[in-house]
Design a binder for this molecule. Sequence first.
Ligand code: HEC
Ligand code: HEC
Ligand code: HEC
Ligand code: HEC
Length: 333
Amino acid sequence: MEITRTPQCFAFIALCALGFSPLIAAPQVHEMDPAKVVGTQKCGECHKFEVEAWKLTPHFKTFNDMHRSPEAQKIATAMAIKRLKSESLCLTCHYSVQKKGGVEDVIAGVSCESCHSPAQDWLNLHNDKKLSRDQKKIKSLDAGMLRPEDIYTVASNCFQCHLVPNEKLINVGGHSAATPGFDLVAWSQGMVRHNFLLDDGTEGKVNKPDAQNRLRMLFVVGKILDVEFSLRGVASATQKATYAVTMAQRVGAARTQLAEIQKLAPTEEIAAITEIASSVSLKLNNKAELTAAANKVGEMGRKFATKQTGDKLAAVDSLIPKPDKYRGAPFKP
Ligand code: HEC
Ligand code: HEC
Ligand code: HEC
Ligand code: HEC
């Protein structure tokens, strides 16, 4: 059983970032080309504190810990898997693979490049001193870099792993179907936070909290993504069991939260998304309709993310998780 991997359309992301809204939204499924992975050591040459922060998270620790846990052994037995670290099903979400000289090697857990994309093609562009800031941005984006500014894409990554779209792995393997309570603000602003860049692009010493507008955008975009990926989850459900039930419940919960957001800060896009999510039929073996709905939600979500800045979302502030709800403490150098 392998997770379907669809190639990401980078040209499409670049268009989005420049403010065009494409007519057809391709499902954005994270793909990591092992031949383009450079490894976190490289990133650490310039991003020292980001690497130190990462090393304290389960994203790093899963590399050494996961395959040793009794829970992993139970999953392995149920799924008839022998070596977790070479099983593509587990590699997709728990590990980073590098291919060098034709040989594939598992080099880390969930790494910098799991979230910012394999760097070979963009590494030298994203910090090229001969380029202006705008040029660096456009060129590295074109070369496939996932930049924080492209909030919908960079955050869609989280949902591709934190919702687990594999019915057998859940119903037979006993893996969790989704991270309970996953919220983009709470989960990104605690131990995962690594905001060390200063306004001039040099590395500072303070792990800055996000600005309020950014938190608003992360919060609402997170709810839209939850709807999109839960719909994708239900789309592949064929049996009434834990997997289908969890995914359908998530659609319901995220839909309710979006309706609440819409009451406080109405936008065209969220009106459309709640409408799509309430009219689609959450039943088993309904892949075509549910996938089309998820694609439409993604399209509207991208539109929302490129149009809005957070300025008009002050009314949702009361809903945004506060620092005491953040997952783990942010790293301080
Ligand atoms: C040779 C030094 C160097 C290396 C190596 C390097 N970076 Fe950077 N990185 C920079 C600089 C400088 C900036 C700020 C560029 C600017 O905004 O002008 C930056 C910015 C970034 C940003 C923010 C971009 C944005 O849109 O604001 C990300 C994300 C990033 N780097 C990730 C990585 C990752 C992942 C790696 C390893 C694969 C890496 N970098 C390796 C120097 C480096
Ligand atoms: C689609 C992504 C995805 C896939 C595929 C996946 N996992 Fe996970 N796994 C996660 C996430 C996300 C968590 C954290 C879960 C949570 O927060 O509830 C997790 C947690 C776990 C845990 C509990 C935490 C720990 O490290 O002990 C185990 C064990 C585990 N996974 C094993 C596996 C095994 C074995 C496979 C392959 C057969 C696998 N996973 C495939 C995403 C995935
Ligand atoms: C490539 C897959 C992948 C991506 C992308 C990913 N995660 Fe994770 N994340 C995991 C897995 C797997 C675990 C659990 C590891 C373990 O416990 O073994 C995890 C654990 C975490 C934890 C620790 C939770 C806890 O308290 O134990 C946080 C917080 C987290 N992720 C946040 C995020 C955020 C925010 C994003 C997006 C910006 C993200 N993750 C993207 C796979 C991923
Ligand atoms: C779990 C996913 C994830 C991982 C792993 C990850 N990043 Fe990020 N990174 C993000 C997200 C999301 C943002 C935007 C955060 C925000 O808006 O608060 C970001 C932002 C950044 C920035 C810009 C920060 C700023 O101050 O503006 C840099 C630089 C960066 N990452 C580099 C790295 C490096 C280097 C690593 C590996 C050590 C890494 N990232 C690992 C998801 C990740």
